[in-house]
Write a protein that binds this ligand. Structure first.
Ligand SMILES: [Zn+2]
Length: 651
């Protein structure tokens, strides 16, 4: 038998009208707390007679019932327990007879009936009392009915809130009653009957929702069923917020958004300046970063070429061939190259390394090599395509690259400081749903399967699943409103992003048209002004625009050698743009990702619940009303359904 989980109702609080109740309460509590078995009957006698014959009030019976309940949980035999629960139900009934308008007493009466129930039918009495309590037109204030004070919490201020609290308890009790009934019924089913609850006909599910006349539910369930079936049980998809197209991967989705709904004419080309291409990614991840002995390499190459005369062969660039690229044992170069490699790897892993950075470094290296190896055949090999151009540099030049990379790191930590890209927690689905051809399977985890039920779960696991979560109506409402919110969010944000990009673009052309970009990380500059931040949200846009005014170029202070490798305004610009772009993508992703399971589960559960006619619960919890709706519509499926339901009715 399942463990009773329903929260224990509190003891009634002290009564102002009958102060002597307080001492009776204390005395009874003391008696109940003492463990001796013979106290059981002493306590029972005290509960019955200690109140005095003059106090035959509703409160008196309510308090008595509460003590019978406590005593029942202390009882050491089933007989004692049954005796106490029987007396408890009797007292609770007396209290509602005397105060039929009290929702709190009605709740306690229902609770006692639930406690006493031992077979499916008994729970109907409790359910009836719950429904009566919920239907009381003007329930009396539970505080006046002496609803107990919680030890930690103050009694809620407003009458409405107090009534609301009791109503919540009643709804919980209804679910518990339904679960208990379901478990008892479930345990009498054979394996085939159990399977009919977890292997559902797709056609019947569709007919059910179309018979409800709810177009939205019908459309959503039809879409979801076919999507899951066609995508091999994958229920995730990405919805374009701009045109409602559905994609089964985020890659396809962003590709579509960038192509069909471009943010600005130059957005795509700007994006291409950001991502380090895969050949460089591989070189940074796996390449051998050792200094090359330049003169030995030239000698070897020249002698080889005299023999083969095949200079155009690209295989000459095989980097790890030690014969072709003799290593140098120069300590400073080895050390610097190692540091450069580590820095690049770190930047790459943080996505702080951009294509523009790599280009700058290779351009710098090639410029230096043209000076070092003037007229050498080495320069014809396309050294800038790999890190060889860096491995050929001298220690002081490597030092320059290292400084540049350090500045990138510094700037990156500045712009990414305090950013928290926490993703929205995803709901977990312990129970699986899979759709094959015409059948939907409800899959329970192994530990919840019953021993002889095949793939059917235990009654406890199954009832916990079907009676948990929000109703199908609420789920549909949420499903629709989330999608509408996303749409308006994007409509609002799109305009702002476009303005932002236009401003950024103008800024970049200004920076790039200036031949001698300022070294923005030189100390005097960083002290003068704060660097602009990157927007993460619509509300941040304003901040960006304010901060942006600081990014406008001022007259140049220094004249730099064009071949110098310095961290400049354009580096900063691209890094900010990259961060911004990533945030944009992150936002887009979280606002585009959808999972049909979110809506499938509540809908399928509501469908399964209609099979249990004994589910007597208000509409909000998806009970009889739903069945009533179904039965009022004609159709062959419904005839079958009605027959099916009739079988259960006769239980
Ligand atoms: Zn679209």
């Amino acid at each position: 038998m399942a463990i009773k989980k329903h929260p224990k109702p509190p003891l009634p609080m002290a009564d102002q009208q009958y102060p002597e109740f307080e001492s009776i309460k204390m005395e009874t509590k003391k008696l109940i707390a003492s463990e001796a078995t013979n106290n059981f009957f002493v306590t029972l006698k005290y509960i019955e007679q200690g109140f005095g014959s003059q106090m035959n009030t509703a409160y008196h019976h309510r308090l008595q019932a509460a003590f019978y309940d406590i005593l029942a949980s202390k009882a050491t035999t089933q007989a004692m327990k049954g005796l106490c629960l029987g007396k408890g139900v009797h007292s609770a009934r007396r209290s509602i007879e005397l105060a039929p308008e009290s929702i709190e007493f009605a709740y306690f009466h229902a609770y006692m009936l639930y406690r006493r129930a031992y077979k499916a039918k008994c729970y109907n009495e409790a359910l009836q009392e719950c429904n009566r309590a919920l239907a009381i037109p003007n329930p009396s204030d539970p505080e006046e009915d002496w609803l107990a004070k919680d030890d930690e919490q103050e009694v809620t201020e407003q009458t409405e809130e107090r009534i609301g609290k009791v109503k919540d308890l009643l709804h919980l009790l209804i679910i518990d009653c339904n679960k208990e009934k379901f478990i008892r019924r479930w345990n009498t089913l054979d394996a085939d009957e159990k399977n009919s609850f977890i292997e559902l006909s797709v056609e019947n599910i569709k007919s059910y929702f179309s018979s409800l006349g709810n177009e939205l539910a019908n459309k959503v369930i039809t879409d979801a069923l076919s999507y899951i079936r066609d995508h091999y049980q994958d229920s995730k998809y990405w919805l374009c917020c701009f045109c409602d197209k559905r994609f089964d991967g985020f890659g396809e989705h962003s590709e579509h958004v960038l192509t069909d709904h471009p943010l600005s004419p130059t957005h795509r080309s700007l994006c291409s300046s950001l991502e380090v291409d895969c050949s460089w990614t591989e070189i940074i991840e796996k390449g051998k970063w050792k200094p090359v002995d330049t003169s030995a390499a030239i000698k070897r190459l020249e002698s080889e070429w005299k023999v083969q005369d095949s200079r155009s062969e690209s295989s000459r660039l095989v980097e790890d061939d030690p014969k072709k690229w003799p290593e140098s044992d120069d300590y400073a170069r080895t050390k610097n190259l190692k540091s450069i490699h580590n820095k690049l790897r770190n930047l790459l892993h943080n996505k702080a390394l951009l294509a523009v950075h790599v280009n700058k470094v290779t351009q710098y290296a090639m410029n230096k090599l043209h000076g070092l190896l003037r007229g050498s055949p080495l320069l014809e090999l396309g050294l800038d395509q790999t890190h060889l151009c860096i491995c050929l540099l001298e220690a002081s030049q490597l030092d320059e690259i290292l400084k540049y990379l350090e500045q990138i790191t510094k700037f990156y930590s500045h712009i990414s400081k305090g950013k928290n890209k926490a993703s929205i927690p995803k709901p977990k689905y312990p129970v699986g749903i899979e759709v094959y051809d015409d059948t939907l399977y409800v899959l329970f985890p192994e530990e919840s399967l019953s021993l002889h039920g095949g793939s059917a779960p235990t009654g406890d696991a199954f009832s916990t699943w079907i009676f948990s979560g929000i109703s199908s109506e609420d789920s549909l409402e949420k499903w629709t409103s989330v999608r509408n919110e996303r749409k308006s969010y994007w409509e609002e944000v799109l305009g702002k992003i476009r303005t932002f990009l236009r401003q950024k673009n103008e800024e970049l052309s200004k920076i790039q048209s200036d031949n001698t970009c300022k070294d923005i990380l030189s100390e005097d500059v960083t002290q003068q002004r704060t660097l602009p931040m990157v927007p993460t949200d619509v509300s941040d846009m304003e901040i960006v625009r304010e901060a942006d005014s600081g990014l406008m170029l001022k007259p140049q202070v220094d004249n730099h050698d064009n071949h110098d490798l310095k961290f400049r305004e354009d580096d900063a610009w691209f890094m900010q743009f990259s961060e911004y772009n990533r945030d944009w993508e992150h936002n887009l992703k979280s606002h585009a990702e959808s999972d049909y399971k979110e809506i499938m589960y509540p809908l399928v559960k509501s469908y399964i619940r209609i099979f249990s006619l004994w589910v007597v619960s208000p509409r909000k919890l998806g009970g009889l009303d739903e069945v009533g709706n179904v039965l009022s519509v004609s159709g062959s499926f419904l005839v079958i359904l009605a027959k099916f339901l009739a079988q259960f009715q006769s239980m």
